[in-house]
Design a protein around this ligand. Sequence first.
Ligand code: GAF
Length: 387
Amino acid sequence: MSHQNPSKPLQKFTDNRPTVQISSPGRINLIGEHIDYNDGFVLPAAIDKCIYLALKANGHESRCTIRSEGFKNTLVVGLDKLGQGTEGWHNYVIGVIAEINKLSGKLRGFDCNIESKVPIGSGVSSSAALECGLAYGLNVLFGLGLDKWELIKIGQRAEHNFVGTKCGIMDQFASVMGKDGHTMLLDCRSLDFKYIPTNLEPYRLLLLNTNVSHNLSTGEYNVRREQCQKGLTILTKLFNIKPSFRNVTLKMLDEAKEELGTLLYDRCSYVVEETKRVLDAAEALEANNLDRMGQLMYESHEGLSSKYEVSCPELDFLVEFSNTEPQILGTRMMGGGFGGCTLNLIHKDALERFIRKVTQAYKKEFDLDLSYFQTVPSQGTSTVSRR
Ligand code: GAF
């Protein structure tokens, strides 16, 4: 269960200046989707697919040069002039630099090479891997003395302020705090968390990538957040409670059905139900009751699809198709939605057969190629020892 180490040396610079090398993983989430910004619980883990960064100070006061192998282009920015970037990935990078700059006057010019093994736009949060890897690397390189929680929040603020997604804390948390062989039960209100040893034997975590990204994600993500906020405001006034979904019960929701209207009722009841499901799932995992875990995953998908409306035909198809395979205990869409991956809890003996079947069926249904990979809970963002 060890996290992926690159088989070749990471990107080297041509001179001999000291280099900091970082690996920063993507994440899965067993259950608890769209719950982090709703004061609930989530159950994520870092995965064995990482973004690798090599950083060194370049001797300039202000100039930072960031190269990405995957995007085949180079970003050059000045610490004194950190405006919006011209390409998607630029804003994650500029956002992190700007947020660190606000906290510490110690940043200087640096060069950074980035190589990603995390599939992009597939719901495993390559964005948090990038943000946290860069923040972690700059922290080490310039001796900024920031702790892990500060790095996590820098990643989140970069996304809020530069990318425009008002994300919760789960992805950055999972990327930084991940631990080999463990998932993490995070209370997104108090930020308390515990590691849960996660041995799924003889089951495996299989991700099926729809290879679609319906481009609704950022807009619709923020809309969901606003809708939940609106629903919560109504409930808070009606029942004179503190504004947190943790104080809302299903009974209250039923009583407030008329005031909320169908849409807000659906959004809010999904949140309350999913929060409960996460706690049940953590209990099931600790008791090694994988049948129960799988059942909760299916229920979670149903809620995400019909009440929270963040699924899409491709994801729904994959979840439905998994129902034809008796050796799969549970499946659900994962991450923000509107594309990306499903997460499947599948018996190891069924892997090959199921992958073959589902690939063919998906191609037939959508004329699209499915991709897939297995993963295991892995170590979080860390320094890679130099070779
Ligand atoms: C995205 C966000 F970044 C997370 O904070 C989380 O809300 C997730 O969607 C949905 O659970 O990955």
